[in-house]
Design a protein around this ligand. Structure first.
Ligand code: FRU
Length: 490
């Protein structure tokens, strides 16, 4: 169904409770509703927003269009958690209800400041000619959980030299000074990031563009994030407009990082290594990080991509967020590991260990539609080996190591209902190792696979039948030994 502009900009406040009830029932009857991931109650979820810790709880908002599986009038939906595992749906966090955010409360971030949660976000507006005018807006949440908007935007103008693609402020505080970076497009239609500073959250001074070595790298950089980890600077962003290159940049848009020296605020110089994709799977975009009270840097991404239809659209909802991942630096690379709190989901356990030789095998207890599994392979001479997840008569999602090419391969050719076919059905990345460890989280319609303790991650939605439940272990043209442990997720 084509959605008209009117339908996309319809407000949830205008919808009757009967209509909302009907919509909710349609969503809840979907066979692909997740069990332990953050997903929208109805409609479409996209970027994680305002990920923060405040008043003894984690707060995680997301971009939300309540009324269907399309990008329409965006609200912020609010969820919170004491443990990063069990999330409570709080409700609408920010409504697009002022002249400065009339066409969407777009992405942004939050930190505690002066005892209150300070939220910076982009107010998206369109004039009568449908020309976009972005404003950077401030909203403040107190201990009572009520979010109050500031009357005026805190950055009202796009600076000279940049287009109206100017959004997604990510804020942090350093030695008493506030900084924010904003994703931008230069007038020559290349992407970049601008840095602002402030001493009070209300008055922001443009410091200028962050100087990277990527002058021509896509036409827009969305959702930037900057932080320091292990004495190094990390700049994350989601560039649009990169061409596929070998195994890289296979999705419609990318998300990755530059690891380098600390950002010198005086001249905004950022010296860095190459751009590395954060995730090698099919569905990952616009991640955001926060610092936990114990100092850990934690990342959550949108498990989805813009401009692609998903099978859940039929049930009037789309997308979910990834599980939270802890970041660290190892050998010049960002390492991503599922946060340790997720062990709280572990229920009934099964174990298996075997050596398989040119065969595919199943084991007692190894099946399901919502589980965590760790599987370590070694002593192989097989040409390839790995796992078939959510496998049934006709279906399987394959994660394997191709020992000839020295590549990890995720194959969703036979995962179930098709999605994003224009962008292919396999994803690969190089990995040269003798031991291969897959740390897998399977939910009703997703897989997140952490490879060799977080060196790489493959995140993807899959749309199998409910009865495609098997976990199969395989080795081709040779042998491999493995040890596996699996927990039901409860
Ligand atoms: C990224 C993005 C952001 C924008 C938001 C709107 O997915 O396009 O740049 O703020 O989504 O929902």
């Amino acid at each position: 169904m084509e959605w008209t502009k009117e339908q996309r900009y319809r407000r949830i406040e205008e919808v009757s409770s009967e209509e909302m009830k009907e919509l909710t029932e349609k969503v809840n009857s979907c066979q692909w509703r997740q069990t332990f991931h953050i997903q929208p109650p109805t409609g479409l979820l996209n970027d994680p927003n305002g990920f923060s810790y405040y008043n003894g709880e984690y707060h995680l908002f997301y971009q939300w269009f309540p009324l269907g599986p399309v990008h329409g009038l965006k609200y912020w939906y609010h969820t919170k958690s004491k443990d990063l595992v069990h999330w409570e749906n709080v409700g609408i966090g920010i409504q697009p209800d002022t002249e400065f955010d009339s066409h969407g409360a777009y992405s942004g971030s939050a930190i505690e400041y002066g005892g209150k949660l300070h939220i910076l976000y982009t107010g998206n507006t369109r004039d009568e000619n449908w020309i976009r005018h972005p404003y950077q807006c401030l909203a403040i949440m107190g201990e009572d959980g009520v979010v109050k908007k500031s009357d005026q935007p805190v950055i009202a103008e796009v600076p000279a030299g940049y287009t109206d693609h100017f959004r997604d402020p990510k804020v942090w505080e350093e030695e008493g000074i506030l900084y924010t970076i904003i994703g931008a497009q230069r007038e020559n239609e290349t992407g970049c990031v601008l840095l602002y500073s402030s001493s009070d959250f209300r008055n922001w001074k443009l410091e200028g563009e962050i100087q990277t070595e990527l002058e021509q790298f896509g036409y827009m950089w969305e959702c930037p994030d900057y932080f320091e980890l292990d004495n190094q600077g990390v700049l994350i962003f989601s560039p649009q407009g990169l061409e596929a290159e070998g195994d890289c940049y296979q999705n419609i848009y990318q998300s990755g990082y530059l690891l380098g020296g600390k950002l010198a605020v005086s001249n905004r110089l950022f010296t860095h290594g190459e751009f590395i994709e954060l995730d090698r799977g099919f569905d990952f975009y616009a991640p955001q990080t926060m610092q936990a009270p114990d100092g850990r840097r934690i990342l959550v991404g949108w498990m989805g991509l813009p401009e692609i239809e998903y099978p859940t659209d039929r049930n009037s909802w789309a997308h979910c967020l990834t599980l939270p991942r802890e970041l660290s630096v190892r050998d010049g690379k960002l390492i991503q590991q599922p946060v340790k709190e997720l062990q709280a989901l572990r229920g009934q356990q099964s174990k298996a260990a075997d050596t398989i030789n040119n065969q595919t095998k199943v084991y007692t207890g190894f099946s399901g539609t919502a589980y965590e599994m760790i599987c370590e392979f070694e002593n192989q001479d097989a040409v390839e080996f790995g796992l078939e997840l959510r496998a049934g008569k006709q279906e399987k999602t394959v994660i394997k190591y191709d020992a000839l090419q020295k590549k990890i391969v995720l194959d969703r050719t036979a995962s179930g209902e098709e999605v994003g076919m224009l962008y292919g059905t396999t994803r690969k990345c190089s990995l040269d190792a003798r031991k291969i460890k897959f740390h897998v989280f399977v939910d009703t319609s997703s897989v997140e696979i952490f490879i060799n303790d977080g060196e790489e991650v493959f995140t993807s939605r899959i749309f199998p039948r409910n009865d495609s439940e098997e976990i199969r272990f395989f080795a081709r043209e040779g042998r491999v030994s493995f040890q596996a442990v699996k927990w039901e997720c409860e």
